[in-house]
Ligand binder design. Sequence first.
Ligand SMILES: [Zn+2]
Length: 205
Amino acid sequence: GEAEAALPRRGAGPDAGFPPEPVGQVRVRLLTEHTLADLRGPAACEVLTPEEVAAVVAKAGPDPLVSAGADAEEVVVENLRRRRTAVGRLLMDQTVVSGIGNIYRAEMLFRAGLDPHTPGRDLPAEVVRGLWQDWVGLLGEGVRTGVMVTRADLDEEQRELALTEPGLRHAVYGRAGEPCLVCSRPVVLEEMAGRKLYWCSTCQV
Ligand SMILES: [Zn+2]
């Protein structure tokens, strides 16, 4: 999923209250006395038996939190390059690669300068390896900070600021009609794989 925990803002006093009200379309909330995780906008959200869980895991594409080695990378290369489907759809297909979600999809394609409509089979293996390595890095950082900061152009100070300022986190995601940070043309919004896709039709070719 693409949940960002609805944690109290830094510096929030004891009056802030815990747990906070859910924000957005929360499908599942895991709650203990001291911490919580909200699941928002998942590709699927079902209650499964242990056997069904095993079947889903067996079918799932590589997940950097499970295996980030060269083998996983080559499986992703094969999964993407044997399909005619648009890369913007493949990145959301959990049998191709696990866990990317809507924000990372848009941002990874922008970072790679890739048109989301490019068929998987037209992608050079090196480009797919680059996407996978970017995903490994972004996910690791997201897990470490609890926040998805995907802009490549931020300096250290700005990155720190982006942890508390959502408006600074993304290059294209959520910025439909606003100027691209690189070429200043309006960021395009369309629907792909049932979700809003943000991209720059000038920078991503
Ligand atoms: Zn652009």
